[in-house]
Design a protein around this ligand. Sequence first.
Ligand SMILES: [Zn+2]
Length: 325
Amino acid sequence: MSVSLPWHEPQFQSLLTRLRENRFPHALLLTGRPGLGKHFFSAKLAEVLLCLERHTVGSACGKCRGCQLYRAHTHTDLHEVNVLEDKKVIGVDQIRAISDYLSLKSQFGGYKIVIISPADKMNINAANSLLKTLEEPPMWSLLILVTAHPASLPPTIRSRCQQLSFVTPRQEVARAWLNEQGANGDDLELALRLAGGAPLAALEIATGDWLERRRQIFAGFEKVLLNKVDPITTAAEWLKFDARATIYWLYSWITDMIRLRTGNDSEGIINGDIGGRLEQLSGVITSQSWFKCLDEASDAWRYAESQVNTPLLFENLLVALANRK
Ligand SMILES: [Zn+2]
């Protein structure tokens, strides 16, 4: 990947200007839909701030001691807080550890940086604890909060951060970048559309096995709708897929079918590659029932974030689909 992503450049340059003018914020909130590279941005910013030669070079030099440690992932002035492997949220202990960490002197006398990602995963106690640090930030500290769901953060936290909003780049910018990453061919346009224009998400779709998984999930969805298979059996088969991704596909198919059925915005459907099939299937259930199914999918989407019981989530959704006619 290049030094910075092309659609990040304006925000990056404006932060570097603030750095030169000694107006750099203590806390940043990076927002925007998944797949725009917010986390990548936070890491690149940390790299520049930790470079000991940045004042002369204007970016990370890649050679100094700071850059070497950064690249070896052993820089002690950078700390990242994520959801721990066996947990669903970022807990208060993880956030308390930040204030202890920031109170210690930095290794090279420069910034101490903490990246919290995804910040919306902090539970209420964690958020309250972070608020204290945000209210009295130690000198030369920088907190970078990364989230696709800023509304899930308490307003008191949002108001104490400088917000940087990332938006979907123009199609030609995204396409050119994807080409540079080696993504080409027929699937590229489809991937970009399925990713809602977010280039990193599109890259994952175009180069991973997403499209094949989507094909398999769609086959199961179709059979359940046509009552050719027991929904419980399909739910069990789907356990090998990521819950959120699976529910996302279902949600997008149902949304498209409602669009097709109501005759509104058939041009704007997301899954254009299977539009014909979706149009046929949309007639299997009444419009009213489709809206109910959309509600079910929407609930499942919310639960997929918090509920551990994925089998039950799939079962409920598929049984609802099979029974609504
Ligand atoms: Zn350097």
